[in-house]
Design a binder for this molecule. Structure first.
Ligand code: BGC
Length: 733
């Protein structure tokens, strides 16, 4: 359809029809199967409203959605097709590592491939739009949704935001196997006060712009088709009714021209915030803010007619929203083919196909972070190892948001290990429960309750005697997968007590313990660190988790993941992140000084910093060298560093470049990640890695709130994690 035809269609539509294009509902209202990801009042909508609703969320399946579309089109006055959206976060049927794990790969290209495979599978299932990527910057591990982000760093997040959008959307969303992406949650949803879900965000304008908005900006520049509003208040205004944020910042300044969708019932929730007095005001505020789609509330459909008829809201605002929705449907090619790529045959061919499985195995392997290794890993295939802990047989290793995947298709650790070594050399017993007694919380689908879990502790003795009789122990511990994700805030980022007690008992009979840790967030690992000789973070690795874990444990894949979020020393240290600011009284090891910026009871440093991760070899760095001492806006400089693999196996190093602006018109972070490169270096060899430093990399919001660079001195740090001291100075003139 061309623009003229689209405008003509808009002119033909009645107000009723137009308003209903703005409504998005869940399939449960239509008595078909769907997944609920928020609260719902079942008899909220009339039959007529449901007949006319412009989009649907949470239902999948080529056959299912074709039938749905046919029935729907049968009642549409202007034959406008329905748009199908869903939360397809880290994979659809083939599941890739959770986004935080993907962040740990420091390999956005790989995430692009994962998003591309995800788009193919879900497009085959009739889906048009995914509510992904979530690019919210996260620095508070108490918040459950850190698992949906790629971490604490704005540059890393921006690289992943761009890659994921490109992976889903390709060149054109109308192409076969492509879906539209929706970046979320605008803005600064990742910084709820005290880590408590849906709580308010308070940020300075400078911090919002410099730390939080840039990853959404990267998604917009990559052409993302939709943006989702955040639930919470930012600067005390609910985002879904914040006209300045949405119209001035998002649309005018950041250049977003696509569809703005509210989060689940967020327009309605402005009443609970005490921001809108009633439903009518909520509708007016949201439409004036430029929110096009009302997800899961009846505010627009029940209020807009009267608001427009009374002249309180201009019809042109409604037209603007409808136009954007029609344009998206048009870009997806739905007017020509309302089913888009939905095809049972393609579903059959693509779901969990060989290519997607091997991509999932590669991505999972790359996402694992080796935090500690005192000579245990890699395991030898001809030495006997006891695999213990609640996760050895668990296939629930996909993370809380993977709502359409069937965990039966996941590879467990036991299966993965036995695919590699004979049962003579690998024995298995859980010996310990996942949840502590008395644990009970609501999950996505029903209640998680410790009294309902299998009781593995009855096999504790058997497990301990296995541990004693083996060369090594791999202890598979972690969080319940529903403990992180939406609504998964916790006040103590610790492992269940029973798991720690079991770890202690195991190490008492065999000290050669490697802990494999499943987690959706950074955890307080002090005790694990104390007792285990090795720690491998595997996040929630997805469909091929067990195979990928076995690959890394036995050295068939060399670990290369790096922490995308600092692992705090303890909960009280939160938020802790590497790009902090210098205080006037920095703490520099003067232990007997009171008047320094420090804690009396714990260290300032996190237990493991951002960018950290070991492998099965070691690297040493030469001193970085710059091609010139100074750069200008027109003449960037080159920085070179020689990296040497000093060990005996080939491996991949993630070379990280951080820059510190030494003096500026406002205080700058002690360092900021500006570039990184993953390089493969053969054992005993060296590689020279080059980075270009441009003036653009040095820009920030100065005292006048203008995003620009300032002449002066900078320090570039180059190394294997955010603590590196390996540095060189240069100047911007
Ligand atoms: C979440 C969104 C999600 C939406 C639809 C909300 O509760 O915050 O991230 O896309 O539900 O399921």
């Amino acid at each position: 359809m061309n623009i003229g035809e689209l405008e003509a269609l808009l002119q033909d539509m009645t107000i009723e029809e137009k308003i209903h294009q703005l409504l998005q509902v869940n399939s449960s209202f239509y008595q078909t199967q769907g997944v609920l990801t928020g609260p719902q009042d079942t008899d909220r909508f009339s039959v007529r409203q449901l007949e006319l609703a412009g989009s649907l969320l949470g239902t999948v399946g080529a056959g299912n959605l074709r039938k749905f579309q046919d029935i729907y089109l049968g009642t549409q006055p202007n034959k406008i097709p329905m748009m199908f959206m869903a939360d397809i976060i880290n994979g659809y049927k083939t599941v890739f590592p959770i986004p935080l794990g993907q962040g740990a790969t420091f390999n956005p290209g790989l995430s692009k491939e994962c998003a591309c495979a995800t788009a193919k599978e879900s497009a085959a299932s009739g889906i048009h739009v995914t509510f992904s990527p979530m690019v919210d910057l996260v620095r508070d591990a108490r918040w459950g949704r850190v698992m949906e982000s790629t971490g604490e760093d704005v540059y890393l997040n921006s690289c992943f935001a761009k890659a994921m959008v490109e992976g889903y959307q390709g060149e054109q969303v109308s192409e076969k196997g492509r879906i539209a992406a929706c970046v979320k949650h605008f803005a600064a949803y990742g910084v709820p006060m005290a880590g408590r879900e849906y709580n308010f965000s308070e940020l300075s304008e400078r911090s919002l712009r410099e730390d939080y908005l840039l990853s959404y900006q990267a998604a917009i520049e990559a052409g993302v088709k939709l943006v989702m509003t955040a639930f919470q208040t930012l600067d005390r205004i609910p985002c879904s009714g914040n006209k300045k944020l949405m119209r001035e910042t998002l649309r005018n300044e950041m250049g977003f021209q696509g569809v703005l969708i509210s989060d689940w019932r967020a327009i309605y929730e402005m009443i609970s915030h005490g921001f809108a007095e009633n439903e009518k005001e909520a509708a007016k505020l949201a439409l004036e803010a430029g929110v096009d789609i009302d997800m899961m509330s009846d505010i627009y459909v029940n209020q807009l007619t009267e608001l427009i008829e009374s002249g309180e809201v201009e019809e042109s605002l409604l037209d603007e929203a409808v136009r954007r929705i029609l344009m998206l449907k048009n870009e997806l090619g739905l007017f020509e083919n309302p089913y888009k790529d939905g095809s049972e045959e393609d579903e059959e061919a693509l779901f969990l196909c060989e290519a997607h499985r091997s991509l999932a195995r590669k991505a999972a392997g790359e996402s694992f972070v080796l935090l500690k290794n005192e000579g245990i890993l890699p395991l030898k295939k001809n030495e006997k190892t006891a695999f213990l802990g609640p996760y050895i047989n668990d296939k629930n290793i996909v993370g809380s948001w993977t709502i359409f995947a069937d965990e039966d298709h996941c590879v467990s650790i036991k299966e993965g290990v036995l695919n590699k070594v004979s049962s003579e050399y690998a024995v298995f017993s859980e010996g310990c429960n996942l949840l502590d007694p008395g644990t009970r919380f609501a999950g996505f689908r029903g209640i998680v309750d410790s009294s309902l879990q299998p009781n593995y502790s009855v096999h504790e003795e058997e497990a301990l005697s296995m541990a004693a009789s083996c060369e090594n122990v791999v202890l598979c511990l972690g969080e319940h997968r529903q403990r992180s994700g939406e609504g998964g805030s916790i006040a103590e980022i610790t492992l269940p007590v029973a798991q720690i007690e079991f770890l202690k008992k195991v190490t008492a009979v065999n000290p050669n313990v490697a802990v494999v840790l499943f987690n959706g967030r950074p955890l307080d690992l002090r005790e694990v660190n104390q007792y285990a000789k090795a720690i491998l973070i595997v996040w929630f690795p997805g469909s091929e988790g067990g195979n990928a874990i076995a690959d890394v444990l036995y050295g068939d894949q060399i670990p290369s993941g790096r922490l995308p979020m600092s692992f705090p020393f303890c909960t009280g240290q939160i938020p802790v992140f590497y790009s902090e600011f210098s205080t006037g009284r920095p703490f520099v090891n003067q232990t007997d000084t009171r008047f320094a910026s420090k804690y009396l009871d714990i260290q300032n440093e996190p237990l493991y910093p951002f960018g950290y991760g070991l492998t099965y070899t070691e690297f040493s760095y030469g001193k970085p060298e710059v091609s010139e001492e100074s750069l200008t806006a027109d003449a960037p400089l080159q920085l070179k560093v020689k990296v040497h693999n000093t060990g005996s196996c080939d491996a991949v190093e993630t070379v990280q470049l951080y820059i510190q602006d030494m003096f500026a018109s406002v205080v700058r972070p002690v360092r900021e990640l500006k570039a990184f490169k993953k390089v493969e270096i053969k054992a005993g060899n060296s590689v020279t890695v080059e980075f270009e430093i441009t003036e653009e990399m040095l820009r920030y919001y100065g005292i006048d709130m203008v995003y620009k660079s300032e002449a002066g001195w900078f320090t570039a740090y180059v190394g294997g994690d955010s603590r590196t001291k390996n540095s060189v100075r240069f100047q911007l003139v």
